[in-house]
Design a protein around this ligand. Structure first.
Ligand code: AMP
Ligand code: ZN
Length: 470
């Protein structure tokens, strides 16, 4: 199976060809851990999970590295924001180290709940300071740096290909020039590799370096750690589209300047998940977390199913209504698979009939075409609804599809959990249905919370709403 991927460098879908036969080096920009990941961040990690699963499904052995940004890079790229880690530590009355540990664990917990595969390795920025210093030293030796105002800068004028992947042109550079605020920079695109002077006092995380006590710039972290674990030239680098213009552009400049060779072959970026009101922002707060969905009675896999329903390169506007329909669809899937599992034995893949094989090959074609997960979900339902295919074959093919979809289908069981609903509870259920009809979502949510507190989840289906024990 040839996997075709949209490569941001070149702006087209290309067949994936690995550097080493049968192997893939994959680097994904990980979370900043001064707050919970929001459901937009989780979209990025879900996309990377689908990519990794697809590559493994196609037979590759994937070495998947993800960094944890546990050193408090600034709100903006220059020395002009607030240190996010210090701000969080102050607000929560914890040390910066404890903040980082707490939110790293919370992040890993979220990814597990979403059935996102654990990377081959999480690499923490704070454990790789020496590697970053070594890379900055190399850049210095090769003449790509200058020191100004106590900080070490990357001199982008020394790297003629600067901005090539992001298609930055002269106009962008002019625009950058207008917003530049750091008077130490010689050029608007230059960026800090090592800070010894920050406008913030009491910098909590600092290390010795050849340039004085300080801390690394944000971009150097990904270059140093990816090169350490994947080598100076590797296959795929991922992240959200917000990283194209600055973070990934700077990563390319410093990595290729230090190593003297092409760094990454395929750049894959996911589009944003938006709220109706606009962007979600980790630093500004007021965002939705996976936990907030769980508290409303959703299973994390409902959110996974919801994300599969959109292509990773399309923007997705989150609404409760669309999450609700994904929840219903997934519930039907649980029911269907669970019932089949009760009554039928899974057929082995080499015994599949013609129709079942066609369904699987349609799915393979769609996932290999730049990860078209919405088509893949349609393929799954097409399979399940096809009367010419036996249940045993359906199970075999569905489980095979699930190696990529990650909906945990083999664990589905149909619960015989019918129980008596009290007249009071039934009145509340009816009231909620009315509230939803008249778009009084506040009251509908209140009623959902009442049941949640009693240990029940309300499940909406085409046959009405019913109660399920949590
Ligand atoms: P951060 O923890 O802010 O560094 O972000 C972690 C990942 O989430 C990065 O790859 C971002 O590009 C990505 N990201 C941030 N916001 C969103 C969003 N609303 N939708 C999708 N991806 C996002
Ligand atoms: Zn990065």
């Amino acid at each position: 199976m040839t996997v075709n991927l949209y490569n941001t460098e070149g702006r087209q879908v290309e067949p994936f060809k690995p550097i080493k036969d049968g192997k893939v080096g994959l680097y994904c920009c990980g979370p900043t851990v001064y707050n919970y990941a929001h459901i937009g961040n989780l979209r990025a990690f879900m996309f990377e999970d689908i990519l990794r699963r697809t590559l493994e499904y196609a037979g590759y052995k994937v070495k998947h590295i993800m960094n944890i940004t546990d050193v408090g890079h600034l709100t903006d790229d220059g020395d002009d924001g607030e240190d996010k880690m210090i701000k969080a530590a102050r607000e929560k009355g914890m040390s910066v180290w404890d903040i980082a540990r707490f939110f790293t664990e919370a992040f890993i917990d979220d990814t597990k709940k979403l059935n996102i595969l654990t990377p081959t390795m999480y690499s923490k920025a704070t454990e790789h300071i020496e590697d970053m210093i070594n890379m900055i030293r190399t850049l210095e030796e090769k003449g790509f740096t200058y020191v100004a105002g106590g900080n070490v800068y990357f001199d982008s004028s020394k790297f003629p290909e600067y901005g090539k992947m992001a298609l930055l042109d002269k106009q962008d550079l002019q625009h950058g020039a207008r917003v530049v605020v750091d008077i130490n920079k010689r050029g608007p695109q230059d960026f800090v590799l090592w800070f010894t002077e920050s406008k913030f006092e009491n910098q909590a995380m600092t290390w010795e370096s050849p340039w004085g006590v300080g801390y690394p710039g944000w971009h150097i972290e990904c270059s140093a750690m990816s090169c350490k674990y994947l080598g100076p030239h590797f296959d795929i680098h991922c992240g959200g589209i917000d990283h194209i213009q600055v973070h990934h552009t700077n990563e390319i400049a410093q990595s290729e300047a230090a190593n003297g060779e092409k760094w990454v072959n395929y750049w894959c970026h996911n589009e944003f998940l938006l709220m109706k009101t606009g962007k979600m922002s980790k630093s500004k707060g007021g965002f939705l977390t996976l936990q907030s969905l769980i508290e409303k009675g959703y299973d994390p896999l409902d959110y996974r199913y919801y994300l599969l329903g959109g292509h990773y390169r399309s923007q997705l506007v989150f609404t409760w209504e669309s999450l609700e329909s994904s929840t219903t669809a997934r519930k039907n899937l649980v029911q269907k698979i669970g019932n089949m599992k009760k009554a039928s034995q899974v057929v082995s893949l080499d015994k599949l009939g013609e129709q079942a094989r066609i369904k699987l090959s349609d799915f393979n074609e769609h996932i290999a075409a730049d990860l078209m997960t919405p088509r893949c979900l349609a393929d799954l339902w097409g399979l399940l609804k096809d009367n010419s295919i036996s249940d045993g074959e359906k199970l075999a093919v569905a489980f095979e599809m699930d190696r990529v979809l990650g909906l945990n289908m083999s664990s589905y069981i149909v619960e015989d959990d019918k129980f008596e609903i009290s007249p009071e509870d039934q009145t509340l259920i009816d009231e909620r249905a009315e509230a939803k009809k008249s778009k009084d979502f506040l009251r509908a949510d209140e009623i959902r919370d009442i049941f949640s507190n009693k240990g029940y989840v309300l499940v909406d289906s085409p046959d009405g709403t019913f109660l399920k024990k949590k």
